[in-house]
Design a protein around this ligand. Structure first.
Ligand code: PBG
Length: 325
């Protein structure tokens, strides 16, 4: 054949492939999610997420030593409260589980970037992300509580707060509240493009946060919409967001790419619970090579424009990348 163009020339061996490789995963790309709960000596496995546990504060150092030892730069915290009520009181309580965890972690690991998920769904007895009146999740009243929650996390020492509720105007309200409290150095990592996804199932088991009635479609976005995600992201930029989360990740590479182009902010891919469980289940059955598919999927998120990746696979992936497995 007379073929002047032969792409295979640059795939001939691993040395050449490495020379022309366009994207590379690094351990510093990862943020590890952690569930924290009350009690002592608790490491309660999440049934649908093999390898993921709810930890009491005294059990955190064992995990965090590993996180830090592997070079993972940050964690995101989710709280399992002692008690849930209609207004999610423990979310914004000064001695809430996340507030306690942040203080303890920052004291022992001052250089670890601690991000907190800001939402009410783990703390409300109805499981919705905000206050409910007449069966509808109220926006403006909820935003006030979210701002209080963010300030209490930041006062405890959080480096970044990550509102995941999808109420309108919450980034502006949180920015204002943080600044008024003298916490202008605390960054907002906004879940700007968060879709009403089936992939959050295992997380809701982990946090006991499945909505008691209805669904989250009146606040989380329709997965069919791309332009709407860009409008959300641009609104959050105008309100003062420092980083933008796209969530879930696997089916939303286009949203990452577009968000990056439109906002020029660092984009964070959230590789969510269901995406993790799906791979774990297939790997446990011997149907997929876990290491190959995880590294491929995570690298795909970087190719799609993500600067950072929140993933339950962070420890596994960091071990694979550093050869410590
Ligand atoms: C809280 C929150 C959720 C997730 C992150 N923050 C649950 C939800 O919106 O239902 C999901 C994370 C995951 O599935 O890994 N609002």
């Amino acid at each position: 054949m007379n073929l002047p163009v032969r792409p295979r020339r640059l795939r001939a061996n691993e040395t050449i492939r490495a020379m022309v490789r366009e994207h590379e995963l690094r351990v510093t790309d990862f943020i590890y999610p952690l569930f924290v709960c009350h009690g002592t000596d608790v490491a309660d496995p999440v049934g649908s997420m093999p390898g993921v546990f709810r930890y009491s504060l005294d059990r955190l150092p064992a995990v965090l030593d590993e996180v830090v030892g592997l070079g993972i730069p940050g964690i995101i915290l989710f709280g399992i409260p002692a008690h849930k009520d209609a207004v999610g009181s423990e979310a914004y309580a000064d001695d809430g589980i996340v507030q306690q965890a942040v203080r303890a972690i920052k004291e022992r690991y001052p250089n670890l970037v601690v991000i907190t998920d800001v939402c009410l769904c783990e703390y409300t007895d109805h499981g919705h992300c905000g206050l409910v009146k007449d069966g509808y999740v109220q926006n403006d009243e909820t935003v006030e509580l979210l701002a209080q929650t963010a300030v209490s996390h930041a006062r405890a020492g959080a480096d970044m707060v990550a509102p995941s509720d999808m109420m309108d105007g919450r980034v502006a309200a949180i920015r204002q509240a943080l600044d008024a409290a003298g916490l202008e150095r605390v960054a907002i990592m906004s879940y700007a493009a968060k879709f009403a996804s089936g992939f959050y199932g295992p997380f809701r088991e982990a946090a006991g946060s499945a909505p008691g009635f209805g669904d989250r479609k009146s606040y989380q976005m329709d997965p069919a919409n791309g332009d709407e995600a860009i409008r959300e992201a641009l609104a959050d930029v105008a309100e003062g967001a420092d980083l933008i989360i796209v969530k879930p990740a696997l089916a939303f590479g286009d949203i990452m790419w577009r968000t990056k182009q439109e906002t020029r902010l660092p984009v964070v891919a959230y590789n969510v619970s269901g995406e993790y469980s799906m791979v774990k289940a297939a790997a446990a059955n011997g149907w997929l090579d876990e290491r190959k598919v995880v590294l491929e999927a995570l690298c795909g998120m970087k190719r799609a424009g993500a600067s950072l990746i929140i993933t339950y696979h962070a420890l596994d992936a960091a071990r694979w990348l550093t050869g410590r497995a």
